[in-house]
Design a protein around this ligand. Structure first.
Ligand SMILES: [Zn+2]
Ligand SMILES: [Zn+2]
Length: 140
C-alpha cells in the first residue's frame, strides 16, 4: 500500500566543496518529522560556511501492490495494465489485471473524499470498474 506523505527537503550548500564536511557543494536531505527537520537545520546553522534552504514536498511512500485482489501477480505488462490517474492529491497508481476472467482494478493510494482523479483515457473503456462508485462519491 502506498500513500502520499509530506516530507521536508533540506538543501545545504557551500561555496567550495573543501568547506563542506561532506566534500561537496550541495547536500540534499529529507526529513519526515518536525524533529528530523530541526536536526538538519541546526546542523546547517552550526556550519558558518554553509547556507541552507528547505521546502516541503509530497512523496509517495510505501510498498506498491504486487498482485491483484484475486492474487494474480503484477509481473508482466501482458497481464497487467499500469496507469496513472492525475489528481489534486498528487495522483494515483492504477493497476488493471488482464488475467483471463479477472478485471480487478486497484487504485493506490485510495481515493480520498476530496480527490478529483482524471481517469486515464487509455483505460476508460477497459474492464468493469469496481471503484466507479467511489470516484463518483468524491465529486460531491
Ligand atoms: Zn487478477
Ligand atoms: Zn487523489
Amino acid at each position: 500500500m502506498v500513500e502520499w506523505i509530506r516530507v521536508w527537503v533540506v538543501t545545504t550548500t557551500w561555496r567550495r566543496w573543501r568547506d563542506s564536511p561532506h566534500q561537496t557543494t550541495r547536500l540534499v536531505r529529507q526529513a519526515r518529522t518536525a524533529a528530523e527537520l530541526r536536526v538538519l537545520i541546526e546542523a546547517a546553522r552550526a556550519d558558518p560556511l554553509a547556507s541552507y534552504s528547505y521546502r516541503s514536498q509530497r512523496i509517495l511512500d510505501g510498498k506498491p501492490a504486487d498482485r491483484c485482489r484475486n492474487s494474480h501477480r503484477y509481473w508482466s505488462p501482458n497481464w497487467t495494465r499500469f496507469d496513472w490517474a492525475i489528481c489534486g492529491c498528487g495522483g494515483h497508481h492504477i493497476w488493471i489485471c488482464l488475467h483471463p476472467g479477472c478485471s480487478d482494478v486497484r487504485v493506490e493510494p485510495d481515493f480520498a473524499y476530496d480527490c478529483t482523479p482524471t481517469w486515464p483515457r487509455s483505460s476508460r473503456h477497459r474492464a468493469a470498474r469496481p471503484d466507479t462508485a467511489r470516484i463518483d462519491d468524491s465529486s460531491c
